[in-house]
Design a protein around this ligand. Structure first.
Ligand SMILES: C=CC1=C(C)c2cc3[nH]c(cc4nc(cc5[nH]c(cc1n2)c(C)c5CCC(=O)O)C(CCC(=O)O)=C4C)c(C)c3C=C
Ligand SMILES: [Fe+2]
Ligand SMILES: [Fe+2]
Length: 343
C-alpha cells in the first residue's frame, strides 16, 4: 500500500490569549505580507503586532480566546482521509499552518516520521494569493530543506471554480437566499478577505479568482435577476485595499433597504473572520444602517461535496507529471497548472 501524505496549508490562529501577539508578529514579519526590506520588517512587525494585539485579543475573546481554525481543519482532515482511502492507498492528512502551531516544520517532521511515499500539498485557499498560498509553499519548502525531507511533493495550485466547492457553496447560499426572500428581493454579497491594492496591481491573481468563484456560483444558482456583488473585508493598516469594502456594501444595502446575504467565498472553515467580523460586527453594522434582514452563510467546512472536490483535486495532482520546485515571479505554480492561477 502506498502511503500518501496530504498536507493541508492554512493561515493558523492563536490557540490562547497569550499567543495573539506572537501570532501577529509572525504574520507581519512575513515578506509576502509586509513588503519592506528585511532590516526594517522585523522591528516594524514587532511594532504593528504590539499595536494590533489588544484589538485582535478582543476579537478572539468573543470566540473563547482562541481561533477555532485548527480544530475545524482537523475535522476536514479526517473527512478527506476517508474520501481518499482506497485499496492501493493509505491516505493521511497533516496540517501546516503559516503563522501559528502546527507550523510547516512540525507537519514536515510528522510526514517524515510516518514514512510517506508521496506528498500532495493542498492549500485551504480556493483562490491563489502570493500572501497566502505562495507564502505557505515557500515555508513548506524551507522546512523540508531544514529536516532533509526529500519525498516527492505535488501541489494543488488553486480551485476557484472546482465543481464540488461550487456545489457546496451553491447549496448553502440557495437556502440562505430563499429564507431572505420574505423580506424582499435579497442582495448577495460575496465577501472575501481583502488585499492591499498594490499587491493586486503587482500581479496577484487573488481578486480575479474571487470574481471567478462568484461568477461560477451565480451561474450554478441560476436565479435570473439575482442582485449580487463581490466585496472585500478584514482591512488592516492604512494602505489602500481592494474594494468595494463589505462595509460600504452594507451601507449601500441599508440605503436601498434590501435584505442581505453574506457569503464568505475565500474561507473554507469558520474562524475569527466569519464568526466575529461577519457574524457580530457586520450584523451589527447592518442593523445600524437599516438593512432589513442579514444572514451569514456558513463556510463549506466538511460538506461532502466540498470534501469530494478536494479529494478529486488531490487525485489529479497525484497523476500530474510535474513537481513544485521553484518560485516563479513570486508565485509557485507548477507548469502543469500554468494558466489556472494566472489571468
Ligand atoms: C483568503 C485568505 C486571506 C488573505 C488573502 C489574507 C491576507 C492578509 N491578512 C492580513 C492580516 C490579518 N489577517 C488575519 C486573520 C486571518 N486572515 C485570514 C486569511 C487571509 N488573509 C484568515 C483565515 C484569518 C483568521 C485567522 C483565525 O482567526 O484563525 C489577522 C488577525 C486577526 C486580526 O487582527 O484582525 C490579521 C492581522 C493581511 C495584512 C493580509 C494581506 C496583506
Ligand atoms: Fe488575513
Ligand atoms: Fe496555477
Amino acid at each position: 500500500m502506498k502511503k500518501l501524505a496530504v498536507v493541508l496549508l492554512n493561515l493558523g490562529g492563536p490557540d490562547s490569549p497569550e499567543a495573539v501577539r506572537p501570532f501577529l508578529f509572525n504574520l507581519f514579519r512575513d515578506k509576502s505580507i509586509l513588503r519592506v526590506p528585511a532590516l526594517i520588517r522585523w522591528p516594524l512587525a514587532a511594532f504593528i503586532a504590539k499595536k494590533r494585539a489588544p484589538v485582535a485579543a478582543k476579537i478572539y475573546a468573543l470566540i473563547g480566546g482562541r481561533s477555532p481554525l485548527v480544530p475545524n481543519t482537523e475535522i476536514q482532515a479526517r473527512a478527506l482521509e476517508i474520501a481518499l482511502g482506497d485499496a492501493q492507498t493509505q491516505a493521511r492528512c497533516f496540517i501546516a499552518m503559516r503563522y501559528w502551531h502546527p507550523f510547516s516544520i512540525e507537519a514536515a517532521q510528522q510526514v517524515q516520521e510516518w514514512g510517506a511515499d508521496e506528498i500532495v500539498l493542498l492549500p485551504l485557499y480556493p483562490q491563489w494569493s502570493t500572501t497566502t498560498t505562495s507564502s505557505s509553499l515557500r515555508v513548506w519548502n524551507e522546512a523540508c530543506a531544514t529536516i532533509g525531507l526529500k519525498t516527492p511533493a505535488r501541489i494543488v495550485c488553486c480551485y476557484p471554480t472546482e465543481a464540488g466547492f461550487i456545489q457546496a457553496e451553491v447549496a448553502k447560499i440557495r437556502t440562505a437566499l430563499n429564507a431572505a426572500r420574505s423580506y424582499g428581493p435579497p442582495r448577495l454579497l460575496f465577501s472575501a478577505h481583502g488585499l492591499p491594492e498594490r499587491i493586486v496591481k503587482s500581479g496577484d491573481p487573488y481578486q480575479w479568482q474571487c470574481e471567478q468563484t462568484a461568477k461560477a456560483i451565480v451561474a450554478a444558482l441560476d436565479m435570473p435577476g439575482l442582485d449580487w456583488v463581490n466585496c472585500y473585508q478584514s482591512r488592516v493598516g492604512r494602505m489602500k485595499w481592494i474594494g468595494p469594502s463589505t462595509d460600504d456594501e452594507l451601507h449601500r444595502a441599508g440605503a436601498d433597504k434590501v435584505p442581505v446575504v453574506v457569503a464568505p467565498i475565500a474561507f473554507v472553515s469558520e474562524h475569527s473572520e466569519t464568526l466575529v467580523e461577519i457574524e457580530i460586527e457586520y450584523r451589527h453594522l447592518a442593523e445600524e444602517v437599516g438593512v432589513p434582514y442579514f444572514a451569514r452563510v456558513d463556510t463549506v467546512g466538511a460538506d461532502a461535496a466540498f470534501i469530494g472536490g478536494l479529494a478529486s483535486l488531490v487525485r489529479g495532482a497525484r497523476v500530474a507529471s510535474t513537481q513544485v520546485t521553484s518560485e516563479r515571479g513570486g508565485r509557485i505554480c507548477p507548469p502543469n497548472f500554468a494558466g489556472c492561477c494566472q489571468r
